[in-house]
Design a protein around this ligand. Structure first.
Ligand code: PMP
Length: 448
């Protein structure tokens, strides 16, 4: 056993070295790290070398782990893309610190203040001494309030189903990291907010991407989802209203996806943080009654509380416990005073942040069309995701816009949609109009 293990370690180290050299070669010729055709070819060689089904399943999990390692080694060595939307955001902030005036259309952040009663509850919580460590899943009243809100989707829920998290981002991390194991697979429908795939990669989970297109109105093909599922697939991530496309799936199509997941006993991770930002009929995944549904929610967008870093996940009790254990390990609990602010926010009438942003989105869409962007009219969220005219590259256009005072998000960061850009509607109409003037000047090749 020792000899076999040591031999495996030596081979792994050799494989890692090869991956690094291949990464350098790919960088030299500007080739992407991911190579689906190579991967499929290696996968079929591995399957052919296995004796039976049990061995093939184990080998496939191991292969997922090895491929993830290679991608990680090669991505870590690659310079950070100057044109990811987070890189644009950081650079825009730096330029602002230098005194430049920047129109922010790269980030989805309501510009209104958080509800006054939430800010007051934060101060009151400190005055009342709610300043100590709390339990990992969160304070009971907040979990009860969240359970009551989410029970409106037809599945009766209790606080045992709820874990309060540091924003939806951490809820997503907890779900992927605590419920999946290295070698498992996660299906992501693209274009997608990048964190689902990034969290999975960190956890050694292989990401299977199902691409959608503007031509198909960003609706995934059910047969493509079915063929993306293997015996190692454990979860499928969905996000409607969608970031970046603003798409809301028709109820029937969303149900079909959940039914596929239910038939294969997969978790459905439904990121529903844009639910209040819907211009059309929207349905929570909780309506399906599928018992492996995990919903992530956040007060960032619904209550303009991005900096409070508070949200929650709804999950079956056993899964909620596993997520809470990991949260306990990582950060003990969400800051207690912040949880009291969130409770005050949930107990009050929903604020107007969503209504206002949707109004701005309605105003932004015709301006984007006039600029020559091709897109499907958003059903919700806060974005227009459009294809640039004349085959222009989203990264290059974003960099040129930034030089002229406009920050926008290149499409490449949402899963390789290079000719696209995402425009966020989170600013007042005159600011958006100023931003669109800059985009127009870049697209027409005019001077600043
Ligand atoms: N999910 C999606 C789809 C998002 O766009 C974002 C933030 N932009 C998040 C989750 C994270 O939100 P939070 O601030 O609650 O972590």
């Amino acid at each position: 056993m020792d000899a076999v293990t040591l031999e495996m370690v030596r081979l792994l180290s050799r494989r890692s070295g090869l991956a690094r050299r291949i990464g350098e070669a790919k960088r030299g010729i500007g080739a992407p790290v991911d190579d689906a055709a190579r991967e499929a070819s290696l996968r079929s060689k591995v399957a052919a070398a296995c004796a039976g089904e049990g061995e093939a399943a184990m080998a496939s999990r191991l292969l997922n782990f090895l491929i993830n390692e290679s991608v990680q080694v090669q991505s870590d060595a690659a310079p950070a893309a100057a044109t990811s939307h987070t890189a644009i955001f950081q650079e825009a902030k730096r330029l602002e610190e230098e005194g430049h005036d920047i129109v922010h259309m790269e980030v989805g952040e309501p510009d209104s203040a958080p509800p006054e009663h939430a800010a007051a509850a934060l101060a009151a919580a400190c005055a009342a001494g709610h300043t100590k460590y709390g339990t990992a899943p969160g304070i009971a009243e907040l979990r009860d309030a969240a359970a009551e809100i989410e029970s409106a989707h037809g599945t009766p829920l209790t606080r045992e189903n709820v874990i309060v998290t540091m924003g939806a981002r951490f809820a997503i991390y907890l779900a992927i990291e605590s419920l999946l194991s290295p070698g498992d697979e996660l299906v992501v429908i693209e274009p997608a907010w990048p964190a689902y795939a990034q969290c999975a990669m960190r956890a050694g989970v292989k990401v299977t991407r199902v691409r959608t297109t503007l031509e198909s109105k960003w609706e995934p093909d059910i047969s493509e989802i079915e063929s993306a599922i293997t015996p190692n697939t454990k979860m499928i991530a969905i996000n409607y209203p969608n970031n970046p496309t603003g798409k809301v799936l028709p109820a029937r199509r969303q149900r079909e996806i959940i039914d596929v997941a239910a038939r294969r006993s997969l978790y459905v991770l439904s990121d529903e943080i844009y639910a209040p930002y819907s211009l059309v009929e929207w349905h929570s995944a909780l309506e399906s009654g599928h018992d492996r549904t995990i919903v992530t929610q956040s007060l960032s967008k619904s209550h303009a509380m991005t900096g409070f870093r508070v949200g929650y996940a709804v999950a079956p009790p056993r899964e909620a416990q596993r997520m809470a254990r990991l949260q306990s390990l990582c950060l003990t609990c969400v800051p207690t005073p912040v949880q009291h602010a969130a409770l005050a926010a949930l107990r009050a009438e929903p604020p107007g942040a969503a209504r206002e942003t949707l109004e701005r989105l309605r105003g932004l869409a015709p301006m984007a069309a006039e600029a020559g962007l091709e897109f499907d009219g958003p059903d919700g969220a806060m974005y227009v995701f459009g294809r640039l005219p004349r085959g222009l590259d989203g990264g290059e256009v974003a960099l040129e816009c930034l030089r002229r005072g406009l920050a926008i998000a290149p499409g490449a960061g949402f899963g390789g949609y290079g000719p696209f850009v995402r425009l966020s509607a989170c600013r007042e109409a005159p600011v958006l109009a100023r931003g669109m003037d800059i985009l127009n000047s870049v697209l027409s090749g005019g001077g600043p």
